[in-house]
Design a protein around this ligand. Structure first.
Ligand code: VG1
Ligand code: CO
Length: 543
């Protein structure tokens, strides 16, 4: 079969964001758009001749088409083998695991994660390196630079490969190995967690509801919860992955997973409710009558992880993204282990995990994971919760209340202003940066600013520096607000405001979160007058 060299013209907008390149499907469907980006990735790498690439996606609209493009471009560029999930399906954590387990050179994950899918919605491509994790900034910058000058790509002149039948076949000189997307992942979960104890818990009548949101975790959750752990059939809902996720946002938060939330707050609530996102790396945890905010979930998982076989020996350290609440810091302090504060995005955890400085990591955006892979992992978090519940035999609510009694409670919320005008959002951030120096000492109601800065991260392992990672306004007494622009959206800009207040007094641990944060929310709007800049008088999403 011949390798064709196709002349192409560069696009100027292929800059990977917080997690890969994300654009609307029609953007990806422009002539050579996907091809250019895939070739730019390969042109930015060295030494993959004859090596293995892992390939899969979350099954969204345009997945199968791009899988075929990657296969033919990988073959033309000299990869020896591509391991592809059957039907082109792999969850993000499963892909990360495969890269590690089979010592692949790297992987391409086709996903726009929690963003909606469909002919007019979002698509994405992300490159992961040999440790299984998202490419670090050095590589994503090289890919972007290459994409701006690319003038040709290589592609095998071949028909489409069969990706629906397990087994190996040749595509030119390259082997295409179609694998079961679930098997290796489920096996790893059995090693990390006490499946027997969870089985006994479920047999005792403990009821579980997992909402796969018509996204990639459906087949994984069916296999793990219903087949291997014996949860009654129907415990996993919306389990059939659909190219448009049934027309919904596959984002497990209180807005888009409202059905689950309403059920968990009703008198028909099962004991435990959970959901995951488009590509299976996020998790939502709701106990009967109580939503566990992701920052708290990270802290509670870290405090109890030793109850699961995979973490019996204890944790080396905890890492959290800067906007994530400080709840985990209190756990790390009590355990006498390291705590690391990184910029938003899983790629910043890779070095800490590789260096064995951190064992568990988390983000306020419903991402939690550990050193078992190099991505956040939705089902992993659900299974760790189940393992803890099986070991402690207490309700989610009791575990949370006791946790707050021990460590204090970090009231926490994120307010998103989605799809605002890009220029207005940029102006807001620039003006905010300009007034940072003048903020310390200023009072808003009874809150006084102690410190205000633009977060910069100094990686303790490779000493790289990442600047402009979010504006922090810290108040006396430990409360704070953080402002950032999202790096995953595909139209306009999204302003994220993160609000946090620490409450040590157990008598004040059952307040409504928004009320507990009302002073800070008011101060946030005085510091950053979002309405004046964008015309929006309320957030589109509150988590
Ligand atoms: C968001 C979250 C961030 C997460 C990222 C990718 O990024 O805030 O914590 O790592 O999405 O998650 P941003 O730049 O929009 O705030 V996923 O599940 O979309 O891969
Ligand atoms: Co995701």
């Amino acid at each position: 079969m011949t390798v064709l060299t196709i002349a192409t013209k560069p696009y100027d907008d292929q800059k990977p964001g917080t997690s890969g390149l994300r654009k609307k499907v029609p953007v990806f469907q422009q002539p050579n758009y996907a091809e250019n980006f895939i070739q730019s990735v390969f042109d930015s790498l060295e030494g993959f001749q004859g090596k293995t690439l892992v390939l899969g996606g979350d099954g969204r609209y345009y997945n199968r088409e791009v899988i075929q493009k990657v296969l033919k471009i990988a073959a033309a560029n000299g990869f020896g083998r591509v391991m592809v999930g059957r039907g082109g399906i792999l969850s993000t954590p499963a892909a990360s695991h495969l890269i590690r387990k089979y010592e692949a050179f790297g992987g391409l994950i086709l996903s726009a994660s929690h963003n909606p899918g469909g002919p007019k919605e979002d698509f994405g491509i992300k490159y992961n390196i040999g440790n299984g994790g998202p490419a670090p900034e050095k590589i994503t910058e090289a890919i972007f630079a290459r994409s701006k000058v690319i003038d040709r790509y290589l592609i095998l002149d071949a028909g489409d490969a069969d990706i629906d039948e397990i087994g190996e076949k040749k595509l030119g000189n390259m082997t295409v190995e179609v694998i079961d997307p679930v098997a290796d992942y489920a096996e790893m979960m059995e090693q990390l967690f006490d499946f027997e104890a969870i089985r006994v818990l479920l047999e005792s009548g403990f009821a579980l509801r997992f909402d796969a949101m018509h996204a990639v975790t459906g087949p994984y959750a069916k296999e793990i919860f219903e087949r291997r752990l014996g949860a009654p059939e129907g415990s996993v809902v919306n389990s059939v992955p659909l190219p448009d996720f049934g027309g919904h946002h596959p984002d497990p938060n209180l807005v888009y997973a409202k059905d689950l939330y309403d059920l968990m707050m009703s008198d028909k609530a099962p004991d435990f409710g959970a959901a995951s996102d488009g590509d299976g790396d996020r998790n939502l945890i709701i106990g009967r009558g109580l939503f566990i905010t992701p920052s708290d979930s990270l802290a509670m998982l870290a405090a109890n992880a030793h109850l699961a076989p995979g973490y019996r020996q204890g944790l080396k350290g905890i890492a959290r993204s800067m906007p994530t609440s400080g709840a985990a810091d209190r756990v790390a302090e009590k355990l006498g282990i390291g705590i690391y504060e990184t910029p938003t995005g899983w790629k910043f955890f890779g070095n800490l995990l590789d260096a064995d400085m951190a064992t568990i990591c988390g983000e306020e955006s419903a991402g939690t994971g550990s050193n078992h892979v190099r991505e956040k992992d939705g089902l992993w978090a659900v299974l760790l919760w189940l393992n803890i519940l099986a070991a402690r035999r207490e309700s989610v609510k009791d575990i949370a209340v006791k946790h707050w009694q021990t460590y204090g409670r970090n009231y926490y919320s994120r307010h998103d202003y989605e799809e605002v005008e890009t220029n207005a959002a940029n102006r807001l951030m620039t003006d905010l940066r300009d007034k940072l120096a003048s903020l310390p000492g200023t009072s808003f109601g009874n809150l006084t600013v102690a410190k205000a800065d633009d977060f910069a991260y100094h990686d303790p392992v490779d000493h790289s520096v990442s600047e402009h990672q979010g504006i922090r306004v810290l108040f006396e007494g430990g409360s704070r607000v953080v402002f950032r622009l999202s790096g995953t959206g595909t139209s306009g800009a999204t302003i994220r405001v993160y609000i946090e207040r620490f409450e040590p007094d157990p008598a004040r641990h059952d307040l409504d979160t928004q009320e507990a944060l009302a002073d800070l929310i008011r101060a946030a709007h005085e510091i950053a007058p979002i309405k004046a800049y964008t015309g929006r008088d309320r957030p589109s999403v509150i988590t």
